[in-house]
Design a protein around this ligand. Structure first.
Ligand SMILES: [Zn+2]
Length: 509
């Protein structure tokens, strides 16, 4: 023991059972400190009426720990163990902050060898309890997941805590997935903007504006707090959605109806792997279905995962997401066959074409409507070949695995950089071909359900610009030729429309 007198913190806590007990606690604590000749540095009194408030940030307990860290105090005195600690975990906290605990009742006294032994033992029990509780909880969580029950914790957008659908949010989730599943569809950032009600290219009105996620959750938490007689916590102000929130939604397997379980130990690993690993599978490796209503089709969910995983996502600058007009970047110049650009009210190819947009757009739209209205439309719809889609996914996985292995070999200096590059290029080419095949098989999804709608013409008219462009591109190429000089009226023969052969359809045979 040092000759320096101990610097003591007097800790008192008011409890529900004894609301005015503070007045009786403090004199007894002071008396003990004086008897031992310790310096009283400060008194820390917490209102213990609500359990969470007595130990959280802003509490005197927290201030005491901060003072311990700052080296102002080395000992804490309470009347008894019950007043000083809410649980054995609190004892661990004191020990971690190098605070020696002493109680007036003598049930703990770390200033003696005997007391120190007792505290060490209590702390060991506390650690064991914490670990056992965590294990019990994660076993219970896994069991819940195996039964397909909704995981506990923060509710995802679209679902209540019990797994029930929240209709308006679920509609938003469905729309987020639909938009992102479309090849060359809007970026995550554009979707985040759309949800925030901000101007974004190609975000249809069907994407609702929602308050920021952490704001909604904070408001809901406060309802619960108020019901428990606690003071409400601050609510974050509304603001633009973060892309990371949208990404978290797109990655969540629950929306496809897959039961999920998060292994806390696995969480730190590769994030992407963790998302797939969350899907709980039975002995045969088949995903276990959750008991909740799925919001998106599994195929849409997997399409989204593939789009998220695609290496080009990071570098894609050429996507049509910035288009504001039907034909810019889509219609071709009749002279050089490069895509035309929109230039105020005109389509232009520098030095070749300068045509007013309005009449060309109306003409092309009329041709598409006529095509969609034909009775043989059903023959043009490629059938959704589910087994082939699954095989494609598996094959893509194999090629991705080869790239990963080559990357590992390179990291371990087993192969040279040019070997890695050769493998990457070869495998990426194969993946691109598989992706293309997959896109052809899922074209009806990509076309926003226009082709298999009850009234395809109406569905086309109602579709947003991006879908219209894709439908046009699916059926035909459009080439613009210069307008004859001196001619006043629109001449349809200057707009050359060539039907496109659709793979695996009537037009192909
Ligand atoms: Zn040109």
């Amino acid at each position: 023991m040092t000759s320096e007198p101990r610097r003591a913190a007097l800790y008192a806590r008011q409890s529900k059972a004894d609301p005015d007990g503070i007045d009786r606690q403090l004199p007894r604590i002071r008396k003990l400190a004086n008897e031992r000749g310790w310096v009283i540095v400060d008194e820390y009194v917490d209102d213990g009426l609500s359990a969470s408030k007595s130990r959280g940030p802003g509490s005197n307990w927290a201030r005491m720990l901060a003072d311990a860290d700052a080296g102002k105090i080395d000992t804490v005195i309470g009347v008894d163990l019950d007043r000083l600690l809410r649980s054995l975990q609190d004892l661990l906290v004191l020990i971690e902050h190098n605070l020696m605990a002493v109680t007036v009742s003598g049930d703990i006294d770390l200033s003696t060898a005997d007391g120190e032994f007792r505290a060490t033992m209590l702390a060991a029990i506390a650690r064991f309890e914490v670990r056992r509780k965590a294990e019990r909880q994660s076993r219970a969580q896994l069991q819940r997941a195996m039964q397909g029950r909704a995981p506990k914790g923060v509710r995802p957008l679209g679902y209540a805590t019990n797994g029930d659908l929240i209709e308006d949010e679920a509609a938003a989730v469905h729309e987020i997935f639909r938009l992102f599943a479309i090849s060359d569809g809007p970026s995550i950032a554009s979707i985040a903007k759309g949800l925030s009600g901000l101007e974004a290219d190609y975000i249809p009105a069907s994407l609702p504006h929602l308050p920021k996620r952490n704001r909604t959750l904070a408001i809901e938490r406060n309802v619960r707090r108020t019901a428990n007689g606690e003071d409400p916590a601050p609510v974050p102000s509304d603001g633009p959605w973060d892309s990371s929130t949208v990404l978290g939604i797109l990655r969540n397997p629950r929306y496809a109806g897959y039961s999920v379980y998060t292994d806390r130990n696995a969480r730190a690993e590769n994030k992407r792997r963790t998302w797939y690993a969350q899907i709980v599978r039975d002995e045969d490796g088949d995903p276990i279905a959750g008991q909740w209503t799925p919001i998106v089709e599994p195929d849409v969910w997997w399409t989204v995962q593939e789009r998220l995983n695609a290496p080009e996502r990071v570098t894609n600058r050429t996507g049509s997401t910035a288009r504001k007009h039907i034909g810019s970047g889509l219609f071709l110049c009749g002279i050089c066959e490069k895509p035309v650009k929109a230039h105020s009210q005109r389509y232009r190819c520098e030095g070749h074409i300068m045509r007013s947009r309005e009449q060309i757009d109306q003409f092309v739209l009329a041709v598409v409507r006529e095509r969609l209205g034909r009775p043989d439309l059903v023959d043009t719809i490629p059938s959704l070949d589910e087994p082939r889609l699954q095989a494609i996914r598996a094959e893509i996985g194999i090629h991705e695995g080869r790239i990963k292995r080559a990357q590992n070999d390179y990291d371990n200096e087993l192969i040279e950089g040019h070997d890695l590059k050769r493998t990457r290029d070869r495998e990426l080419t194969k993946i691109a071909a598989l992706e293309k095949e997959r896109r052809n098989l899922t074209i009806t999804t990509d076309l926003g359900g226009v082709l298999d709608a009850k009234s395809p013409v109406k569905a086309f008219d109602d579709a947003d610009l991006m879908i219209k462009r894709r439908v046009i591109d699916f059926f035909m190429t459009v080439k613009l030729h210069p307008h004859p000089r001196g001619k006043k009226t629109f001449d349809p023969t200057t707009v050359e429309i060539t039907p496109r052969a659709v793979p695996g359809t009537a037009a192909d045979r």
